[in-house]
Design a protein around this ligand. Structure first.
Ligand SMILES: [Zn+2]
Length: 263
């Protein structure tokens, strides 16, 4: 029995480290995912801004064409001035020229305003481009670092699996299955000693008969409360007796108590 418990304890160390690494490996893609998401959001924003930039450019070109047309019209109207004969004709033409001039003025202002927006947007796009390059660089570095880190962890995992295979053969597979599950669920602790009649995993007081059975090495027994495997460690019991024995007469403590309960 002692041999089995020793094996289980070694297996516990291997399995808890193994699960820890598996957990770490599963967390790695999440860290990358966050960075990737950030980058793709940046890229979406960048594309949107570029679309807006192109729309503004198109608008400016249209305004410039409109302005050229108005200019041409005004110039041709001005030429007609020389051919004017009556006051009425003059007033009508003069009004047309003024309207064209006003329109030109409005278009010029529109172009100036749009050009300013264009300039600011271009600068902001430039900044974002830089940021995207920077983020892409960081992501590549991170990927490289993670790749190396994962490689190290996977190697360690392989070694642990080999070590596991050195222990497991010949052991009860159902017990190993339960044991693995306990270690996974109980943060790495699957086999614990009895202390003062309680399970040192969950600190619940165990039935006396049960404690006796564990002490007698009646096979592998699971804590009825937390399902951990319990074993008897004489050194733990001795220590308790020593501590209690200093101040209390009744130093026989747990061991005697249990034997009394035996019948
Ligand atoms: Zn327990």
């Amino acid at each position: 029995m002692t041999d089995v418990f020793e094996k289980l304890k070694s297996l516990q160390d291997i399995l808890s480290r193994k699960f820890e690494i598996e957990n770490e490996l599963s967390e790695i893609p999440k860290a990358l995912e966050t960075k990737k998401e950030l980058l793709s959001r940046l890229k979406v924003g960048y594309i949107e801004k570029n679309d807006r930039l192109n729309a503004i450019k198109t608008n400016i070109r249209k305004l410039q064409l409109d302005m050229a047309a108005v200019e041409e019209k005004r110039e041709s109207l001005e030429k007609q001035m020389d051919l004017i004969k009556t006051q009425r004709e003059y007033e009508a033409l003069d009004k047309e020229i003024q309207d064209a001039g006003d329109k030109e003025q409005t278009l010029r202002k529109d172009i100036q305003r749009e050009s300013k927006v264009l300039e600011e947007l271009s600068k902001s796009i430039e900044r974002e481009e830089l940021l995207i390059h920077q983020q892409e660089g960081e992501l590549d570095e991170e990927k490289q670092r993670i790749l190396e880190e994962s490689k190290g962890k996977e190697d360690e995992l392989e070694n642990l699996k080999d070590e596991e295979q050195e222990i497991v053969p010949g052991m009860d597979s159902e017990i190993i299955f339960k044991f693995e599950r306990i270690i996974r669920n109980k943060s790495g602790l699957g086999i614990v000693p009895i202390k003062k009649g309680t399970c040192s995993g969950c600190h619940m007081l165990l039935p006396a008969q049960f404690v006796n059975d564990v002490r007698g090495g009646e096979g592998i027994l699971f804590c009825p409360y937390c399902s951990r495997i319990l074993h008897w460690e004489q050194s733990v019991a001795d220590e308790e007796v020593m501590i209690e024995g200093i101040s209390e007469e009744d130093a026989g403590g747990l061991a005697d108590l249990l034997e009394d309960d035996d019948d």
